[in-house]
Design a binder for this molecule. Structure first.
Ligand code: BT5
Length: 319
């Protein structure tokens, strides 16, 4: 009922009377009053005037289910949001849910992470209320060896979502860091539970620095936020909604075609790495080469100084 009352308030240009809500939803005036008090506790600013009714004046800047579902255009992705104010890591929580049977498309979001994780056991700084720290549960029926393609298409979807919602010139650093003016604004951590031939679930962990004002000394030169670069605050909910739209669309496209061709064309348009000198640490070997293209599988094709072209999939790349 809370969501429905909130929706009525959001959809209205002016006051909504208690009588009207009561008629539409078939609930008592006292029940409505209780929900309104509840919403106020959550941070909604609602004016109540006798004989006129209720007016929604302000919405809290939170990534709750109610806020994200409002006008969300996806079919199945993000239709269920598990929201926390504080958690250790959304990936950890999403894994727990997935292991106990949570359906595909469910998302865990937290305002703050106390132990946000990057790849290879690294730390991901996730301060309260300033970023998007979320994990998506997926259950693709593809071979485990194809899982890295989901990470690639996620990088593309997040890039396009942020661009659409903010207009900022975000780029992808292969395979899936997003950068703005060459500094990192988003990282993706994909974790998987699989058997030999079958994926049980994939957790797609996405961390985006949105309204972060500053970073610790050791990250200042490499990390940035949308706010620092765009010089204004951005609406986190709108960014989440745009990302979910692209992610659903690209995931469906890949599952339908079972190939990356169309998606890689788009990916290349946003990819900062192509044409650049890259340093590769691959199978304990370190070398400099030129990133010349992406293979059909999404691997980076790197031309070594001796002219030989090799493909790298995992491994670290620095531009
Ligand atoms: C990543 O790792 O880029 C993946 C980050 C994924 C974070 C999301 S948030 C939601 C979900 N829940 C989690 O617990 N994690 C996921 P990697 O490429 O290993 O980058 C980590 C490195 O980036 C660190 O060692 C730092 O140098 C740097 N770093 C840490 N926090 C950062 C931040 N907020 N912005 C930019 N760089 C950061």
């Amino acid at each position: 009922m809370k969501s429905k009352i909130l929706q009525l308030l959001k959809d209205s240009d002016g006051y909504v009377s208690g009588e009207e809500i009561s008629k539409v939803l078939g609930v008592s005036r006292t029940a409505i009053w209780k929900v309104i008090s509840h919403l106020k506790e959550e941070g909604y600013v609602i004016e109540s005037v006798t004989k006129k009714g209720y007016l929604l004046q302000e919405t809290p800047d939170l990534l709750t289910e109610d806020e994200i579902l409002y006008h969300l255009k996806t079919k199945w992705l993000g239709r269920k949001i598990v929201h926390y104010h504080q958690i250790d890591s959304t990936n950890k929580e999403a894994k727990k849910l997935a292991a106990s049977g949570e359906k595909e498309g469910t998302i865990v979001i937290s305002e703050e992470q106390l132990a946000g994780r990057g790849r290879l056991g690294r730390t991901w700084i996730s301060p309260a209320g300033t970023g998007i720290w979320m994990s998506v549960i997926l259950r693709p029926s593809i071979a485990p060896t194809d899982a890295s393609k989901i990470t690639l298409l996620a990088g593309l979807a997040v890039c396009e979502g942020i661009k659409e919602a903010t207009g900022l010139p975000v780029q992808i650093k292969w395979p899936n860091d997003l950068v703005l003016h060459n500094k990192k604004i988003c990282g993706i951590l994909t974790e998987m539970s699989a058997e030999m031939e079958k994926i049980n679930y994939i957790i797609l962990g996405i961390g985006i620095n949105v309204n972060t004002d500053s970073f610790p000394e050791d990250l200042k030169n490499t990390a940035t936020s949308l706010k620092i670069e765009g010089e204004k605050e951005y609406d986190r909910k709108e960014i989440v909604k745009a990302i979910l739209m692209y992610l659903e669309q690209y995931y469906e496209l890949y599952m339908k075609n079972q190939d990356m061709e169309d998606l890689l064309e788009k990916y290349k348009n946003h990819c900062l790495t192509l044409g650049k000198e890259v340093k590769i640490i691959h199978r304990n070997e370190e070398f400099i080469g030129k990133a010349v293209d992406l293979s059909k599988e999404g691997e980076l094709m790197v031309e070594k100084q001796d002219g030989q072209v090799i493909t790298v999939f995992s491994g670290e790349v620095s531009v």
